[in-house]
Design a binder for this molecule. Structure first.
Ligand code: PLP
Length: 403
């Protein structure tokens, strides 16, 4: 465990919660499958620095948990460069890493060097990759990516067969996966989701009839795993969703939206704390912070905390955020600055150094839990918890704990 950093602002990353969420997800997926089906494999999505939680420690914990559960586990990133710290880390030399965003042809050398699996979505790119892999005599694993409705990447389903015929002859590429990505898996209306599953399943069947088989069939992001039971038929579950799971946000403790029919019970992995750096007693009618947008409504104490929008405590939360000190909520008042902001603590006798929770849970006087989540921030900002977690910047030290 590294020494506690000097700055009091900290993101604590609870790896035990990360492991629990891994379990919760795989159990939900497995329950949805017919009883004799093997456990699905896991591609834990750790892009964007594990959604802001820190890629290397999170990846290690996830791989360990997979091992404990006897689940084949690999990692998913969005760009090849994100795999570099994983490859540089000790203890996970043979980890399989897939890049879920299609590559450029000029990325071939990097993919070979880092030994990455890639999205097969362009013949030209695949030729370049095969040629590069030939130099060292290796095989690169790839996943055929189908655009079943997201319109972001992948090849069109009606072109899939011809595409497979033309690229399956490339000598140094082994297409062992087929995948797609859902546009609306986390929305209450499941029609478009079902349509994508249907197109995916039909395309898969066409390819199978032509003799192509895939070890990994994957489409299930967090929303799709949560909703599998309520929305999809058994064949679709078997075929389209669950030979390999591909969740991100749920691993980190958040449901992808509030619209799910059967949300997961998850544990947020990140909490964000700081401590009071100074206090001032002010009379009624004094202005606070840039723009003088807050005026003390009575004599009160204003506490300053060393966290601001450059840490990811977004300026848009001005007038909307609160914090927890010793089990009670207090409002953040006045404009949130780049590095600091202020809290109105009324007549409380808090001291410099007292802990302030921005994200996380505390206990109220009567023992009840009080909590602030990335969902609360997201609601206030009109965004999603993904953007909150990935928005906690690199200036905030991450401290890893197991409990
Ligand atoms: C980010 C991403 C995921 C994970 O999605 P969540 O909604 O976080 O579960 C899965 N697949 C692809 C292709 C992605 O880009």
């Amino acid at each position: 465990m590294p020494a506690k950093p000097l700055r009091s602002t900290l993101a604590s990353i609870n790896l035990t919660h990360l492991r629990q969420n891994f379990r919760t997800l795989t159990e939900r997926a497995w329950e949805a499958l017919p009883s004799n089906t093997p456990r699905p494999a896991m591609m834990a999505v750790v892009k964007a620095d594990a959604y802001g939680h820190g890629i290397v420690p999170c990846a290690k914990a996830l791989l360990e948990e997979g091992k404990t559960l006897g689940i084949e586990t690999m990692l998913g990133v969005a760009f090849a460069a994100e795999a570099a710290p994983l490859r540089a880390a000790e203890d996970m030399p043979d980890t399989r890493i897939a890049v879920v965003t299609p590559p450029f042809a000029h990325g071939a050398a990097e993919y070979c060097r880092l030994n990455l699996e890639f999205c097969a979505a362009s013949r030209t790119t695949m030729q370049a990759f095969s040629a590069e892999a030939a130099k060292t005599g290796r095989m690169l694993n790839a996943h055929l990516t189908l655009d079943t409705g997201m319109r972001r990447d992948g090849i069109q389903p009606h072109e899939a067969l011809e595409f497979m015929r033309s690229v399956s002859t490339l000598p140094h590429i082994n297409i062992h996966g087929i995948c797609t990505h859902f546009a609306t898996a986390d929305e209450a209306d499941k029609r478009y989701f079902q349509k994508q599953i249907q197109i995916f399943t039909e395309t898969l069947n066409t390819l199978r009839d032509a003799g192509f088989s895939f070890r990994y069939i994957h489409a299930a992001n967090s929303g799709a795993i949560a909703e599998a039971n309520v929305t999809t038929n058994r064949e679709a579950r078997n075929n389209a969703l669950f030979t390999l799971l591909r969740p991100g946000i749920a691993l980190y403790g958040y449901n992808p939206s509030h619209e799910l029919h059967s949300p997961f019970a998850l544990q947020p992995v990140m909490s964000l704390t700081t401590s009071i750096i100074s206090l001032r007693r002010l009379p009624k009618g004094e202005a606070v912070s840039y723009g003088c947008r807050y005026t003390t409504p009575r004599e009160t104490t204003i506490a300053t905390i060393p966290i601001g929008y450059a840490d990811g405590f977004r300026r848009g939360l001005t007038g909307k955020a609160r914090v927890i000190i010793q089990g009670k909520f207090y409002p953040v008042v006045g404009t949130i600055c780049m590095d600091q902001c202020m809290i109105d603590i009324g007549d409380e006798a808090f001291c410099v150094g007292d802990e302030v929770i921005l994200l996380g849970a505390g206990q109220s006087e009567n023992g009840a839990e009080v909590r602030i989540t990335a969902d609360d921030w997201a609601t206030a900002l009109g965004t999603i918890p993904y953007e909150i977690c990935t928005g906690i910047t690199g200036r905030v030290p991450r401290l890893y704990e197991e409990c």
